[in-house]
Write a protein of this length. Structure first.
Length: 94
């Protein structure tokens, strides 16, 4: 079994492969939940597993609901904001 990686940009439903320029993943919505995501360089730049997902009010405090991915990495989350792009954050502990 092989794993294919695709680059996602905010709002995109056609995702290009990172390994094969002729291969694309086409989705019908922005609710696609990946198995893994690659962290930005500022957070280490490595792949980490997605362990959960939910619809939440956007962390940018705008008036919209976004898909939030819970990552395996130390309480880290990423939300896909239609205004600000990918928002990487840690939820506050109660």
């Amino acid at each position: 079994m092989t794993t294919a990686h695709f680059n996602k940009t905010p709002g995109a439903t056609v995702l290009p492969s990172t390994e094969d320029e002729a291969m694309f993943l086409i989705t019908s919505s922005n609710d696609l939940v990946p198995d893994t995501v690659r962290l930005p360089q500022q957070l280490g730049g490595f792949h980490t597993r997605v362990v959960g997902s939910s619809k939440i009010n956007c962390p940018c405090e705008g008036d919209h609901v976004v898909l939030d991915l819970e990552l395996e990495e130390d309480n880290l989350h990423v939300a896909e904001c239609p205004i600000r792009g990918f928002l990487w954050y840690r939820r506050k502990e109660d």
